[in-house]
Write a protein that binds this ligand. Structure first.
Ligand code: ATP
Ligand code: MG
Length: 436
């Protein structure tokens, strides 16, 4: 097949039969975030390359290997966002959000671009929902952000997901830790990959995140940062745990979580699913107390998380979760003859103004083909409109699932259709109550 008919490697289309689930999930995300006081922010898909180099960090896999970077026609180096935090922080500084009432709470949904090896749960274009809570240093903020992530997952209907937390300390406690790490990795220097050899001097913590099998085996036995925390960081972490306990949130401390982006300090966390294979981290986040000042803004301690929507979809699929999706078409008005076709157009316009999803023939097809299409659309009701119906002002409303019909006045169609739809909804509700 020609390239023109093929999506780029590592990208997915979200097809009409899938978009209902995406809309449901995204709606739940935004609604839940709102309950915690987070408002949506939308930032560009691309930024100056430096925005990511400076924040994500130039020794990370993301910056060293995964960015889509190009020069635009004006000679600027531009990068498609590999994540949204950097752009959101850039915007928060530029628009004075970080100088306003704090904490400033924002959330986002958007596409991200990383040149990675495509596999299940790992794409080159993927989507994240995330939040940033700017200007909150207290451990209560860490627990609030973590509980928001947990609440989102619960509201979507995700089950069996575990929360793992860790503290990676502040620049102060990392001095000692870096020393210990360098010593440990230097003893295995010849076995490390080239990238990690370079990281050994510049940023030894990044070796802990290397995906190469040899490096990750060596990294598994390296000293862990939680043993090197200063008193302030230790006390912060203890309080985060106490707040999580107070919120009734279960967690496990995993001293091996370091996260793949440089800007994290102190608390880091992941929500991990056992149901989707190797790419099991559905959500990752943490505190980034130094990021905003590092990017030229004021010293505003902050934190956030991002969850991968494609991975969430995989979990929902593997758990067989039934999402409460709206069925599309409320009524299909089939028409016979030209006069009826015009009348069907009028009725559909009226019904749509009243909030019903109504469709009619727009292909000039015969009755049989129209009904076949109505079936494929999963229409709840149908009605056939011909000269007789127009003359008598009476139409038969047919329930497409049961086949039962009722005569209604054409003039009352919106009211009668509304009643009939409510009856179906009530019957479904009664059935679920009985089945419980
Ligand atoms: P991983 O260790 O799986 O590469 P990461 O540490 O690079 O993840 P983050 O940058 O923290 O991930 O992004 C947050 C979330 O976004 C991840 O937990 C995951 O759910 C999702 N994600 C990251 N990269 C991809 C990708 N290439 N394809 C699909 N989802 C992704
Ligand atoms: Mg990654």
């Amino acid at each position: 097949m020609a390239e023109i008919n093929r999506a780029v490697k590592g990208t997915n289309d979200i097809l009409p039969e899938q978009s209902g689930s995406w809309q449901f999930v995204e709606r739940k995300m935004l609604e839940t975030a709102e309950l915690f006081g987070f408002k949506e922010i939308r930032v560009p898909v691309f930024e100056h390359t430096e925005v990511f180099q400076r924040s994500v960090g130039d020794t990370t896999d993301v910056v060293q290997k995964e960015m889509y970077t190009f020069d635009d026609k004006g000679g600027r180096s531009i990068t498609l966002r590999p994540e949204l935090t950097a752009g959101v922080i850039r915007s928060a500084i530029e628009n004075g959000i970080v100088n306003g009432a704090l904490p400033a709470k924002v959330c986002y949904i958007g596409g991200c671009y990383r040149y990675e090896k495509p596999q299940a749960g790992r794409l080159r274009e993927f989507h994240q929902f995330g939040v940033e809570c700017m200007g909150a240093a207290d451990p209560a903020a860490d627990a609030e952000v973590i509980s928001l992530a947990g609440q989102v997952l619960e509201n979507i209907g995700i089950e069996n997901i575990s929360l793992e937390i860790n503290s990676i300390g502040c620049p102060e406690c990392r001095k000692e830790y870096h020393k210990a790490l360098k010593e440990y990795f230097a003893s295995r220097k010849t076995e490390l990959c080239d990238t990690c050899n370079d990281r050994l001097e510049r940023n030894p913590m990044r070796i802990l995140d290397c995906k190469s099998p040899v490096c990750s085996e060596i990294a598994a036995k390296a000293p862990v940062v939680i043993d090197y925390l200063c008193d302030d960081c230790k006390s912060h972490f203890e309080k985060v745990k106490a707040h999580l306990d107070a919120a009734g949130i279960k967690y496990k401390v995993n001293p091996h979580i370091v996260r793949g982006l440089d800007y994290y300090t102190r608390t880091v966390f992941e929500f991990v699913s056992g149901d989707i294979g190797a790419q099991s981290t559905v959500c990752g986040g943490g505190r980034y107390d130094g990021l905003i000042s590092q990017m030229g803004g004021p010293q505003v301690p902050s934190l956030g998380f991002a969850m991968g929507i494609e991975r969430l979809m995989l979990v929902l699929k593997s758990q067989g979760t039934q999402l409460p999706l709206k069925s599309g078409c409320d009524i299909y008005i089939a028409s016979m003859g030209e006069k009826a076709a015009f009348e069907a157009t009028r009725i559909c316009a009226e019904l749509r103004k009243s909030g019903f999803s109504a469709q009619t023939d727009i292909c000039g097809r015969g009755l049989k083909a129209q009904m076949k299409y109505a079936n494929k659309q999963n229409a709840k009701f149908s009605a056939v409109l011909g000269d007789n119906e127009i003359d008598s002002g009476i139409i038969r409303l047919k329930n497409m699932e049961t086949g039962t019909e009722q005569e209604i006045k054409l003039a009352d169609i919106a009211d009668q259709l509304g009643k009939a739809i409510n009856e179906i909804a009530l019957a479904e509700l009664t059935e679920t109550v009985f089945n419980q």
